[in-house]
Design a protein. Structure first.
Length: 226
């Protein structure tokens, strides 16, 4: 079959999918899903392409051996953008850190942060002024918690409220609503951790026995489990 014939068949198949689809949104969603399934293997495809391997079927088989769950057509679509260019795939560069990773770096004490992660966070803070201010606010609050410096709470809340970081400012305003309790919690050596732990244990036991036992049996279970 000629290339023109193949093209007509692909076009007809595409039209049939559009006609039979419940809505255009469904077609777009499925197309995006097929595109994203290649994402974890883009780096490998780029490297192999730049090494001179241009056969889509071969590249498909190679990433399939690595666990790629999609079809060959998605790989062909991804490689098509390079065939129309200079023949070399662009360098994808390093993968950006996830939100979870950056949050973990900010929440970790600087002395306990790995040197590599500390460097990444430092570079992010240099490029993003808002992230830099968030990190400073979070670390100041952490010092209040670990060093029992509740006397700094008022200054911390005032500083955060004056900043343009709306979510953090909302958190600070909520602290002001129960200011005395929060300041005491950041200053005094007393802790409700043991009480909270017992409450969580009781809730877990209640969920495990819900609908299967009476209150008397639950009481015995709690007393014997101590």
């Amino acid at each position: 079959m000629s290339k023109a014939g193949i093209g007509r068949k692909l076009h007809q198949a595409t039209v049939r999918k559009l006609v039979s689809a419940p809505s255009a949104d469904v077609v777009v969603a499925k197309s995006l899903q097929r595109a994203h399934v290649v994402d974890p293997y883009v780096g490998y495809l780029h490297r192999r392409w730049n090494e001179g391997v241009r056969n889509a079927a071969q590249l498909y088989r190679e990433i399939q051996d690595q666990g790629y769950p999609g079809g060959e057509l998605a790989v062909q679509r991804h490689l098509r953008q390079y065939r129309t260019g200079r023949g070399h795939a662009p360098d994808p560069g390093p993968k950006p850190p996830s939100v979870r990773a950056v949050t973990s770096w900010i929440m970790t004490h600087p002395e306990h942060l790995r040197h590599e992660d500390a460097g990444k966070l430092h570079r992010l803070r240099e490029r993003d002024p808002e992230l830099d201010r968030i990190t400073r606010h979070v670390r100041k609050f952490a010092v209040m918690m670990t060093a029992r410096r509740g006397d700094r709470l008022e200054d911390w809340i005032t500083e955060v409220e004056r900043d343009s970081l709306a979510p953090l400012a909302g958190f600070a305003r909520n602290l002001r609503r129960d200011f005395d309790a929060v300041r005491n919690g950041l200053s005094l050596p007393h802790s409700s951790g043991a009480v909270e732990g017992n409450i969580n244990r009781l809730k877990m036991l209640a969920r495990q026995m819900f609908g299967r036992a009476s209150l008397d049996l639950l009481r015995k279970h709690v007393l014997l489990a101590r």
